[in-house]
Every structure is written in structure tokens, then in C-alpha cells.
Design a protein around this ligand. Structure first.
Ligand code: GAR
Length: 206
């Protein structure tokens, strides 16, 4: 077997997407393994989910040199692939340059709708309902310097129903789209990474 990519998941909140990734390990996700969960919020429930799954955790608080401290934390753990799963902070150049092409993010709309600066969490669903779209969904994309502007990896559409509140719509988008495509996209980038790098590193063949 080829070596698995070492994944870090960056979180800020409840961590349902992290849970979907944890649950997909060994089934959907076979080319990578979650080795570290990093939160910028000390009380995030996602940290408890990681601990319950036996995954090491770290808290990196915002402020001066945030990107550098984040890079150091990931480097200490030899991380190959970075998954943003409800991570509510925009990454700077230092971080993005270090992991270019190896960072992915899940966004709760069909990009290019309802995305970019200021569109995160429930705000996205509120904006979709206010606009009156009949279809929304989720997108997994590579992360570059433009918020929600990197190359799209996967998208899945979700129906908007009469009477939806932002909370109800958020839940449907998570269940029907985010929790499905995030593990699939994660496997895609890990397997791509392994085919280019892991085999060479380990010197093994499968
Ligand atoms: C998810 O809906 C995720 O797509 C969104 O925040 C929620 C986090 O939930 N992310 C963004 O809006 C990023 N722009 P979770 O902590 O339960 O995974």
C-alpha cells in the first residue's frame, strides 16, 4: 500500500463536517488520514469530536503572526493536506503559499453565488432565502488568495423549500450536500497527492 496523505482539519465551530470526515475514514477516505484538528476557537465542539475519535488537537488563536503560527503547528505534524471545515478565518499569503494546491474548503452555497467576504455560516443561507433562489447547495474548492475564489472541485445542488428558515436550509444543505461531497473531495485531493508524492516518499509500491 502507498503511504496515506496526512490531513489536518481546520475548524471553528460545531464540527459536523469534521464528523463527516471522521466517519468517512476507511470507507470514502482511504488515501489520507486525519492526523490533526486545529481550531482558532478554544471552546469549539469540533475539538471534542476530534478528541472522541482519538485525533490530536491544537488551538491556534488569531492575532499577530497567526498564519506563521498555524504553519508551524501543521509542519510539526508533517501535514500534507489541509481541509477547512467550518473554519471562520481568512487565511493569509504566508499560509496559502506554504500549502498551495493542498488546501480545500467547503462552502455552503453553489459558488459563485453567495460567497466571498462576509458570506459564512448562516449568513449564506439567509442571503439565499432573501434573494429567493429555488436551488442552492454546497461547493468544495481549492483555497487561494481570493475568498471562495479557488478552483472548484465538487458541487452538489439542494432544493430550497417554501417556508425554509436559514437554520432549516443550513441543515438540509449539510445533510444532502456538504457531508457527502467534502469526504469525496478530500479523498480526491489525497489520492492525487499520493499519486504524485507519497509513492516517491515511501519508496513503496502497492
Ligand atoms: C458549514 O455549513 C460550512 O460549510 C460553513 O460553516 C458551517 C460549519 O459547520 N462554512 C463557511 O461558511 C465558510 N465560508 P460545522 O462546524 O458543523 O462543520
Amino acid at each position: 500500500m502507498l503511504k496515506q496523505a496526512r490531513i489536518a482539519v481546520l475548524v471553528s465551530g460545531g464540527g459536523t463536517n469534521l464528523q463527516a470526515l471522521i466517519d468517512a475514514q476507511g470507507t470514502v477516505i482511504t488515501s489520507g488520514k486525519i492526523e490533526l484538528v486545529v481550531s482558532n476557537k478554544p471552546g469549539a465542539y469540533a475539538l471534542t469530536r476530534a478528541a472522541n475519535a482519538g485525533i490530536p488537537t491544537a488551538v491556534v488563536l488569531g492575532g499577530e503572526d497567526f498564519d506563521r503560527r498555524l504553519v508551524d503547528t501543521l509542519k510539526n505534524c508533517d501535514i500534507d493536506i489541509v481541509v477547512l471545515a467550518g473554519f471562520m478565518s481568512i487565511l493569509g499569503e504566508t499560509f496559502i503559499n506554504e500549502y498551495e494546491g493542498r488546501i480545500i474548503n467547503v462552502h455552503p452555497s453553489l459558488i459563485p453565488s453567495f460567497c466571498g467576504k462576509g458570506f459564512y455560516g448562516l449568513r449564506v443561507h439567509k442571503a439565499a432565502l432573501e434573494y429567493g433562489v429555488k436551488v442552492t447547495g454546497a461547493t468544495v474548492h481549492y483555497v487561494n488568495a481570493i475568498p471562495d475564489g479557488g478552483k472548484i472541485i465538487m458541487q452538489k445542488a439542494v432544493e430550497v423549500k417554501d417556508g425554509d428558515t436559514p437554520e432549516v436550509l443550513q441543515r438540509r444543505v449539510m445533510e444532502e450536500a456538504e457531508w457527502v461531497i467534502l469526504p469525496q473531495a478530500c479523498e480526491y485531493v489525497c489520492s492525487d497527492f499520493c499519486s504524485k508524492v507519497c509513492g516517491d516518499q515511501s519508496g513503496e509500491k502497492d
